[in-house]
Every structure is written in C-alpha cells, then in structure tokens.
Design a protein around this ligand. Structure first.
Ligand SMILES: NC(=O)c1ccc[n+]([C@@H]2O[C@H](COP(=O)([O-])OP(=O)(O)OC[C@H]3O[C@@H](n4cnc5c(N)ncnc54)[C@H](O)[C@@H]3O)[C@@H](O)[C@H]2O)c1
Ligand SMILES: O=C(O)C1=N[C@H](C(=O)O)CCC1
Length: 249
C-alpha cells in the first residue's frame, strides 16, 4: 500500500485526500496550524518535513497547501529523495522555476486540476479553438468563497492551451467604455458559497455559440485523481510529469 504524506493536511483538500485514501495510506501530514493530528493522522510542521518523510517511510507527498508551503516541502522531498505530487495553485514564475529545479532531483507531478473531466475539457478546447479560429472567446470560472487565488489555476491552464492555438490577450473583468478587441479573451473569476469548481469557455461566432464547460461536484474528484497520480509517480525517474501522463497511462 502506498505510504502518503499530505501537505496542507488540515485544509479542505487535505481532508478530502484522507477520506479518499483507500488504496493508499496517509501516514503523516504537514501544516502550520497547531493541530497535532487530523483524523488520526499526525501533523508535523513543514520545517520538519524532511525528518518526518524518513521517520514515517513516506513513498510520495501529495500537496494541497499554499505556494510558499509547497516550496518548503518540495525542498524536503529533494532532501529525502521522495516524489511529490503538487496540487497547490497560485505559484509565481519564481515558484514554478523552483519546482522545475526540484524535478531535476525527484519525480515531480504538477496539475492545477486533478479531475479527468478537466483533462478532457482541455483537449476539447484545443480542438475547438484551433478550428473556430476567428470566434470570440470568453472564459469564466466559479469557486467557493474561501479561494484566495484568482483566476483559478485551472483557468490559467485553459488559457495556456488557448495560447498554443491563438495569440489572445486576457482581459480580467471589464468596466466603463471598453470596446472589445478582436484578439482579447475575457476572463471572469466568481467566488460564492461552497462551489467546488466550475469552468466554461464560450466560443461565439456569427449566428452560433459553442460552450465547453465542466463542473466538479465534490472535492473527492480532485483527491482521487491526486492519489492515482501519487501511486503512478512512485518508481518513476526524476523529472517533470503532468496529470495527462497518468490519464493516458
Ligand atoms: N490541483 C487540484 O486539482 C486542486 C483541487 C482543489 C484545490 N487545489 C488547490 O489546493 C490548494 C489548497 O486548497 P484548499 O481548498 O485545501 O485550501 P485550504 O485553505 O482549505 O487549505 C490550505 C492548507 O494549507 C495549510 N497551509 C497554510 N500555510 C502553509 C504552509 N506554509 N505550509 C504548509 N501548509 C500550509 C493550511 O493550514 C491548510 O491546511 C489551493 O491552492 C487550491 O487552489 C487544487
Ligand atoms: O477549490 C479550489 O481552490 C480549486 N482550485 C484549483 C484551481 O485553482 O484551479 C482546482 C479547482 C478547485
């Protein structure tokens, strides 16, 4: 059974990973809170992660925390030679570069969204944007009112897919007198209630509209995907991996 450490273990996703871990075992968690345990899982401060990875004989780390915390634990994973699955979003360019550096020493798999549906949505987006290459594009995401980063990592990943097909300029919200330019894509982030995650891309041409959308119903979909990725990653060589590698395996 794969022995998993969860970074961000006291959070919403940390709890979802613990709940979803049936074919894996969560043996330790990392968080900055004072909590000593969560659902029987011992909680260790991230500063002591390298020691804990050895003490608990961890096979792989699953991370759903904050960027600065993920980077601290990534250094611990390099120190201990433990693979890492990174689910945290909101990294800046320097943070992404530090994760790339870590992937030269350990197997590191990063995904902004661990649902298989979003993997398929991104492939559909690539096909649609490449075909309907003169349609207006607008992107909207909606998440719970505790989400602190915007737009979502998933929305940014969808933008990356679009940019591979068309040179578009994101416009993050609109107000006042702002005529739409042909090369722009409106990006809207909504925050409300406990919405788990909704994404929609609208492609609007003359006399027709194509809408591609995905809705996550429960955080368990992300947790299950991350745990599948974690089990898959163990035994791989050091390097940078993506969730599409797991879905296609
Ligand atoms: N990739 C995906 O599929 C996916 C799915 C859901 C959420 N997420 C991302 O996961 C992250 C966490 O989401 P959430 O809803 O669980 O958030 P949350 O706020 O509920 O939990 C964050 C956790 O990180 C902990 N934390 C804070 N600072 C820390 C540090 N320095 N070191 C270690 N842990 C620290 C908090 O104590 C908490 O346990 C966000 O970035 C979110 O966008 C990704
Ligand atoms: O709940 C969150 O926060 C989520 N974050 C990821 C993102 O930023 O895309 C995935 C969806 C849920």
């Amino acid at each position: 059974m794969t022995r998993v450490a969860v970074n961000g273990v006291t959070g919403q996703m940390g709890g979802a990973v613990i709940e979803a871990a049936t074919d894996s075992e969560v043996v330790v968690g990392f968080a900055t809170s004072e909590t000593s345990a969560v659902d029987g899982v011992p909680v260790v401060h991230p500063a002591d992660a390298a020691e804990a990875l050895r003490e608990y004989d961890v096979d792989v780390v699953v991370d759903f925390a904050v960027p600065e915390g993920a980077l601290i634990v990534a250094e611990a994973c390099v120190d201990a030679g433990v693979p890492m699955v990174v689910g945290t979003t909101g990294f800046d360019e320097d943070g992404l570069a530090r994760l790339q550096d870590a992937s030269e020493e350990i197997p590191l798999l990063k995904a902004t969204n661990f649902s298989q549906g979003i993997q398929v949505l991104q492939r559909l987006v690539s096909e649609a944007v490449g075909t309907l290459d003169d349609y207006d594009l607008e992107l909207m995401e909606t998440h719970h009112n505790r989400k602190v980063d915007a737009p979502s990592g998933t929305a940014n990943s969808i933008l990356d897919v679009i940019q591979e097909e068309r040179d578009v300029e994101p416009v993050y919200g609109r107000e006042g007198h702002t005529p739409r330019k042909d090369d722009e894509i409106g990006v809207l982030a909504r925050r409300a209630g406990d919405i788990r995650g909704e994404h929609e891309l609208v492609l609007a041409g003359n006399d027709e509209v194509l809408s591609l959308s995905h809705r996550a119903e429960d955080r368990g979909v992300f947790a299950a995907g991350a745990l599948d990725a974690a089990t898959w990653l163990v035994g791989h060589d050091a390097g940078w991996y993506e969730f599409g590698d797991v879905v296609d395996a």
